[in-house]
Design a protein around this ligand. Sequence first.
Ligand SMILES: [Zn+2]
Length: 134
Amino acid sequence: MEKEEIDFDELEDAQFQIKEGAFQPKTLTCAQCGSKAKKSHIEVIIGSDVSVKATGFECKKCGKQYLGLEEAKKLDKAMIVSRILRNDFRMERAISYDGDNWTMRIPREFAHGVQKQKAEIIPLGAKQFCVSIE
Ligand SMILES: [Zn+2]
């Protein structure tokens, strides 16, 4: 299998504005036209095979859509997953069993600036997951 590098600087920014401090508000004032934006379900198409359903706000007057911080984070992750699927990016690593857990070594290239020595695992399927290290 060929190794490829992900250029994280080339990742596209989400096209949603995040209103600071707006975690679970019932209404939101549209930053574009000043009207009240109502809660709505927004489906974001990321690629031909990935889309994300998120709860956000939509301005009925100008149509501008907003996502909360948590929803925007989900979207970011989905975009990374979509990119991985599209580019067929893979690295192979051996995993070993210690009688209790499976362990895997994390490539040094992904561990720059690791401080908390914690990993967040986001399940993607029965045998697939995404790991984020802090
Ligand atoms: Zn508006």
